[in-house]
Design a protein around this ligand. Structure first.
Ligand SMILES: *Cc1c(COP(=O)(O)O)cnc(C)c1O
Length: 387
């Protein structure tokens, strides 16, 4: 069986987790700030808030930017549902900006057009969530320019993209955004089992996200409400928050995985390069890369050339699965999910996203993938497509 993605855990990773199990703190102890520091210094960002998933990171990022009822959040339709659901958690509304047919990321042209229309209707978004699909950065300089013109905030959904670069700088540094979030789910670039992180250069946002992570509680006296001295104890709840904390077992795994991040991405780049070279003659498109991008290659989606290839997307998917090559589809456009269709979204809403959806198949790609496994995928694909 060859999955589309999987974690890579070595003895040092295991030892890191075991050492926490033998220590004093199992959750929110010393390993969590160590992991935060490790990611913040890698990306060159001031503040990092570790949480128990990227979904939680998206939620507290939206809350910290004051997203609420009557507000709009816009994102890409070709993403995991969490990029959109975070708006609904806040009682806000979601809309989708079609993708660029080359990068499969949010199209800057479509965003600009949609903003001009929304301005006239008085329905500008409060937050835009660009998603760095597969690990390739969106055109953040352009999106940032539009945010200055129209006054929206930016949360980068970099769930696929830790270890990647944009204009030679680490994705996650928030140069063009308010907050960036990462995911550490096992299929992503590094893992903590479940886990996520929100990064920002703005101290007030970091402060709010830290409180949302843990029940709205502070233990800093300077932030507490004034009370008689004998009523000030070690903590106060000053807002409403959640329990989105990361455990120390997870954080220790994260620190250990961070030391392997560059190696993981290099390996992913090599595997992608071999696919590029060996699939070039087949009736399919391989992932185009912008010159500003160094991708972490979380995913490697091919696009079947319909009409040229003699098989349908579904046939190819089934034939690969039948020999244990577990390709996948990333993603069904979010607004085509039944829950979103029930909100009124119609098939065909974003034409480029729909076209991608009809053609895309993610091939297996993960650092521990062997040459033999990759050969098996390539050979099978050649066979399937050349019949
Ligand atoms: C995986 C993923 C998420 C959610 O990550 P979790 O850590 O599983 O909550 C959000 N957005 C995108 C684009 C993802 O791929």
């Amino acid at each position: 069986m060859i999955p589309y993605g999987r974690q890579d855990i070595n003895q040092a990773d295991i030892d890191a987790v075991l050492s926490i199990l033998r220590s004093d703190y199992l959750t929110q102890g010393p390993a969590v700030p160590l992991f935060e520091k490790s990611v913040a210094s890698y990306t060159g960002t001031q503040y990092a808030v570790a949480v128990n998933s990227a979904t939680a990171a998206l939620h507290i990022a939206c809350l910290s930017l004051d997203l609420g009822p009557d507000d709009w959040l816009w994102t890409s339709p070709i993403t995991f549902v969490a990029s959109a659901n975070c708006a609904l958690y806040c009682g806000a509304q979601v809309d989708f900006v079609d993708i660029n047919p080359l990068t499969y990321n949010m199209s800057v042209e479509c965003l600009a057009e949609k903003l001009a229309v929304a301005e006239k209707a008085g329905k500008l978004p409060k937050i835009v969530v660009p998603v760095h699909l597969c690990g390739q950065s969106c055109d953040m300089a352009a999106i940032h320019g539009l945010s200055q013109q129209y006054g929206f905030k930016i949360i980068e959904d970099a769930s696929h993209a830790i270890g990647g670069k944009y204009k030679n700088e680490a994705i996650g540094n928030c140069r063009y955004s308010d907050i960036t979030i990462f995911s550490f789910h096992p299929v992503k670039i590094i893992t903590t089992g479940e886990g996520g992180m929100a990064l920002t250069n703005k101290p007030e946002l970091a402060d709010r996200m830290q409180r949302y992570r843990s029940h709205g509680i502070t233990n800093e006296v300077s932030k507490m409400q004034p009370r008689p001295a004998d009523e000030i104890w070690n903590y106060q709840q000053i807002s409403l928050g959640f329990n989105y904390r990361m455990t120390d077992m997870q954080a220790a795994l994260g620190v250990s995985q961070m030391s392997r991040l560059d190696e993981f991405v290099t390996k992913r780049q090599q595997i992608a390069q071999r696919y590029n070279d060996e699939l070039a003659v087949l009736p399919l498109g391989t992932p185009w890369q912008h010159a500003d991008s160094y991708s972490s290659y979380h995913l490697y989606p091919i696009r079947i050339k319909l009409g040229v290839a003699k098989k349908s997307q579904r046939q190819i998917y089934n034939e690969l699965h039948s020999v244990g090559i577990l390709v996948n589809l990333h993603y069904i456009p979010v607004y085509r999910q039944p829950y979103y269709e029930a909100m009124g979204f119609k098939p065909g809403y974003c034409p480029e996203a729909e076209q991608y959806y009809k053609e895309a198949i993610s091939l297996p790609l993960y650092p521990a993938m062997t040459n033999e496994q990759q050969s098996k995928v390539i050979l099978k694909l050649q066979k399937v497509l050349q019949v």
